[in-house]
Design a protein around this ligand. Structure first.
Ligand SMILES: *Cc1c(COP(=O)(O)O)cnc(C)c1O
Length: 440
């Protein structure tokens, strides 16, 4: 058999595969990285190089690559049932997963609707919210608001509540763009203003928007605590609490997009817990399958569910994807929840986070590093670099140091798998410090 090399796979990929979120021409100067296998926090290529996956493969991996217990659960499921349609049928993994999520989620979210990717969860929640108001006799409530710099996915409906110009502008003519309100991102606080005071000031802006527009508004969609694609913008949980109160007061749904921040990423199972709130819709994806298979879930309350429960088909929620509630994906999710249950994952993560923060002091205090921040198992900071192509340079240089980090503009972030060890944390922090020094 011909031995696979990095070089072969790169040229075949460039000729046949259109890669996501990429200007394909850039691969001429910054080559693709072929991956042969993964184990724990590491990825390995075909030429004997390895990379510490400090971004959890786009924020999805929780318990390492090729995790033995998730592998075993999937093998077992494969022997029983790979897939069956969920309209008119049901199966054990989807029932068990729905029951277990009801136990884990903030109170009141008893019903799970299934999608595939994160963006499909956003679409489902937007449609379900507007349809709820239609079913309850308020069809004018069909608009949405999101935070400035929000990201909720890249399908057309999700883009309408996404405030990232690069992803949106080319498709402007196709999108029914929705309004945004100011983000509580504490980097924008006045000098001397606490993150909490700033969050409450921003909630004031939300209040005036709701006051004026509530009659047309179906829902407010937010990424609780950390706005990922905005460059890991972080904010005080007081905003969540106040947003919940205001949405109740003005009869507007609150949609918590926990696609990136759920599953323990911010230090609690769900970020909403830190604001002490239950949203009307909770969106879960990414880490739910441990990073194995695409699956998304929209959890919602009895009140929402009951508004669709009727003799008329047209009052039902008419939405489906071919792979809705796929048994393999649900089984991977159950195996992931088992790992949370059998190990003290959240408290172990707290110890790991404290350790990282302790050894990161030289990075945090580096004169070219600004706004070093941390929530749970997410870290980010801005680097003052003279290089306009800082992100690409940093990514390439990091790979040569065996670490996979993928800056957004001049924001460097870490979002490692929870299995990262103290010695791997040291590798990550020390090598990042060296990178910062050579790029500033
Ligand atoms: C990744 C992400 C999405 C979209 O999920 P996909 O699976 O990429 O479609 C939506 N919202 C947030 C907050 C995300 O981080």
């Amino acid at each position: 058999m011909k031995i696979q090399t990095n070089k072969d796979l790169i040229s075949r990929s460039l000729s046949a595969v259109w890669h996501p979120c990429s200007q394909m021409k850039q691969y001429e100067s910054f080559p693709l990285v072929p991956i042969a296998r993964g184990s724990g926090a590491w990825l390995y290529d075909f030429d004997g190089n390895k990379y510490l996956d400090a971004v959890s493969s786009w924020w999805v991996n929780l318990f390492g690559h090729s995790n033995p217990s998730i592998n075993a659960a999937l093998r077992d499921q494969l022997e029983k049932l790979e897939h069956v349609m969920l309209a008119g049928f049901t199966h054990e993994p989807v029932v068990e997963l729905s029951e277990r999520l009801r136990e884990l989620a903030p109170p009141g979210l008893g019903h799970c609707f299934y999608g595939s990717d994160g963006a499909s969860a956003t679409e489902i929640a937007l449609k379900m919210s507007a349809h709820y108001w239609r079913n309850t006799g308020q069809p004018d409530k069909s608009q949405f608001i999101s935070l400035q710099d929000s990201y909720h996915g890249e399908t057309l409906g999700a883009l309408s509540v996404t405030d990232v110009a690069l992803f949106r502008d080319a498709y402007g003519a196709l999108i029914k763009q929705q309004a945004t309100v100011i983000s509580p991102d504490w980097r924008h606080a006045e000098a001397g203003e606490s993150s909490e005071a700033y969050a409450l000031r921003c909630a004031g802006a939300l209040e005036s928007h709701l006051q004026q527009h509530h009659a047309q508004l179906a829902a407010f969609i937010i990424e609780p605590l950390v706005q990922g694609a905005a460059g890991m913008a972080m904010y005080h949980p007081a905003y969540l609490k106040r947003a919940r109160e205001l949405c109740d007061q003005y009869d507007v749904h609150l949609i918590a997009d926990e696609i990136a921040v759920g599953m323990g990423r911010t230090g609690t199972m769900f970020a909403c817990e830190q604001g002490g709130i239950s949203p009307d819709f909770l969106l879960i994806s990414k880490g739910i399958t441990g990073g194995y298979l695409p699956l998304s879930i929209v959890m919602t309350s009895d009140t929402i569910y009951q508004a669709f429960y009727d003799d008329k088909t047209s009052r039902g929620f008419l939405h489906s994807h071919s792979y809705t509630g796929n048994p393999l994906a649900c089984r991977a999710a159950l195996a992931t929840l088992d790992i949370f249950k059998q190990n003290e994952v959240l408290s172990e993560n707290r110890r790991k986070a404290e350790y990282l923060n302790r050894i990161a002091a030289p990075l945090k205090n580096h004169p070219k590093v600004k706004s070093f921040r941390n929530t749970g198992m997410i870290w980010a900071f801005e680097v003052e670099s003279p290089h306009a192509d800082f992100a690409q340079r940093c990514f390439s240089l990091a790979l040569s140091q065996e670490i996979l980090i993928r800056p957004m503009g001049k924001t460097v972030y870490f979002m490692p798998p929870y299995v990262i060890s103290e010695s791997e944390i040291e590798i990550l922090v020390m090598r990042t410090l060296t990178l910062v020094e050579s790029l500033t």
